[in-house]
Design a protein around this ligand. Structure first.
Ligand code: AMP
Length: 361
């Protein structure tokens, strides 16, 4: 079986590496030259919205999935007209728009930060009057790693924020004084069966994920159950197939929905070594109609992203329990070039190994 993957970054690379032992090949549609998936499957180098390329890409595939969420919905729909596309294009459409995804969460009874749509400068004042300060102004679409957003702390910040990101559809959110950021990775198969990974704690700097800890320290069974209930509600509503990530804020013992990613996710990379079945394998199993694998953890784990530069591999690998993943990307400031996962039997052991990794970065 050959599955099509739209996108050819590190997520596509790790999907292909998980698919291979299952006898499943991947074909990638990715406009860039020399992408991280190079050598891991057939690569069709063309823009995501080129109709001829989409048709060539689809030829003979069992199904199509994607490894990034800004695939044009029209392209996903063109593919869906001739073969199975998982997750469904509607999930893609919802996750591409911060307003649609938060409205979906609200409809499902999942708490979110207070938010209002902002379509113009007058609308921004109206939204500020309702939400108050501090607040976060974000573009509805195409924001990632903290790009396309501005924190408004005082009335004097409003003009600069508008000048920086105004002119496109926006969303204004109340600023949440959260204790920490968590995420939950979940999978849903074609028959509606589900699997959930333990809540992960995520630390960001400059809007970029730096470290994930699994399981998130101090999570109660009730909090885990709450996260799973939210993920299940989203997946059921969207008739979802594949892995989905929900990014959450923990504030005052509650979870608030921040955003969803309709794909495998950076906060789940630890599952390659740290779980019985990785998020990548479970994504492949789900879309291919195979039974989902157990998500049980193998001890505890933490992951550190390699941003902008790569440390000496030999020094990383000299750390007990450390696993190095390089994506084959040219170094550039702020770019995710790889990650290191450390495993151990308890939180203290994992922390000690993580500290050793962090000292190399
Ligand atoms: P996002 O792209 O929406 O995930 O936002 C990037 C980061 O900005 C998040 O990981 C949070 O650290 C922060 N952030 C986003 N929305 C809010 C909010 N409503 N209140 C406080 N911090 C936020």
């Amino acid at each position: 079986m050959t599955i099509g993957v739209v996108g050819g970054g590190q997520l596509g690379r790790m999907i292909a590496l998980a698919a291979a032992p299952l006898g499943i090949r991947c074909r990638f549609l990715e406009p860039g030259a020399g992408p991280p998936v190079a050598g891991l499957g057939e690569h069709i180098a063309a823009p995501y919205d080129e109709k001829d390329a989409l048709d060539r890409f689809a030829e003979g595939l069992a199904l199509v999935t994607y490894e990034f969420e800004n695939v044009p919905v029209a392209s996903a729909e063109r593919l869906a007209a001739r073969l199975a596309v998982y997750p469904p294009p509607r999930a893609l459409q919802t996750a591409q728009d911060r307003l649609l995804e938060k409205d979906l969460a609200r409809r499902l009874g999942i708490p979110t930060p207070p938010h209002r749509a902002v379509d113009d400068r007058v609308g921004l004042d109206a939204a500020l009057a309702e939400i108050g300060l501090p607040a976060v102004l974000k573009t509805r679409r195409l924001g990632y790693d903290g790009k396309g957003q501005a924190v408004l702390r005082a009335p004097g910040d409003v003009e600069a924020a508008w000048a920086a990101i105004g002119g496109v559809p926006l969303i204004l959110e109340g600023f949440v004084g959260f204790e920490r950021e968590l995420s939950v990775l979940s999978a849903r198969g074609r028959g509606g069966e589900t699997a959930f990974y333990p809540l992960v704690e995520n630390r960001h700097r400059e809007g970029i994920l730096r470290v994930s800890r699994a399981p998130a320290p101090g999570v109660t069974p009730a909090l885990q159950a709450e996260a799973e209930a939210y993920a299940r509600a989203v997946m059921t509503e969207l008739d979802y197939v594949g892995v989905v990530a929900l990014e959450l804020f923990e504030a005052g013992g509650r979870l608030l929905f921040n955003e969803m990613a309709p794909r495998v996710h950076n906060s789940g990379h630890w599952t390659i070594e740290g779980a019985e079945t990785s998020q990548f394998e479970n994504h492949v199993r789900a879309v291919a109609g195979l039974p989902l694998g157990t998500t049980a953890m193998r001890g505890q784990a933490a992951m550190a992203n390699l941003i902008g530069t790569v440390p000496d591999p030999a020094r990383v690998l000299a750390i007990p329990g450390a696993h190095l993943h390089l994506y084959g990307k040219a170094p550039r400031p702020g770019r995710k070039l790889g990650h290191v996962t450390v495993r151990g039997e308890d939180a203290a052991g994992v922390q000690g190994r993580l500290d050793q990794v962090l000292r190399l970065l």
